[in-house]
Design a protein around this ligand. Sequence first.
Ligand SMILES: Cc1ncc(COP(=O)(O)OP(=O)(O)O)c(N)n1
Ligand SMILES: Cc1ncsc1CCOP(=O)(O)O
Length: 168
Amino acid sequence: MSRRAGVPLVINDRIDIALATDADGVHVGQSDMPVSIARKLLGPDKIIGVSAKTPEQAKKAAEEGADYLGSGAVYPTKTKVVTINLGIDGLVKVCQSSSLPVVAIGGISTENLAEVMSTGLPSGVAIVSAVFDQPDVADATRKLRTALETYRRGEKSGGIRVDDGKAS
Ligand SMILES: Cc1ncc(COP(=O)(O)OP(=O)(O)O)c(N)n1
Ligand SMILES: Cc1ncsc1CCOP(=O)(O)O
């Protein structure tokens, strides 16, 4: 169904389910299966995402062959109670630590999406409660999508620009 909709299906943690369903990829955390083993099991064409909260974790994931990073929690969230709040500064540091695309996660909503995307650094956002805690999930998704498109990387001037590895 997600394939028909043109949306890649990436399974969280469970590489066995990714394999059994021929999903497009898997997302692993720091205490989950190492990227090297996931890559061996999934092959070169599947997507492997890695959660990275620090520059060190980001660099390691890139060296090991991850395709993208998930980084957060950017803001406080009730969805994942045991996590670290990185804030925008922590997210920016992770984004600047590798050339991998970064998906920002944690407490992101229409209220703060502009702050996240106007840094010019994350490639996208992953959102749970600002969609699923809303009375109209489809409407909430549409509104977030519209807000995101406004701030797509490179579209907005005046954000943080990275040319020599430093933010300005
Ligand atoms: C973009 C993105 N980020 C993180 C996750 C995984 O969340 P979770 O399994 O709760 O946390 P970690 O164990 O990976 O730190 C995801 N699926 N997508
Ligand atoms: C999986 C994960 N990792 C850090 S925060 C989070 C959950 C984000 O959920 P929400 O969008 O509801 O804040």
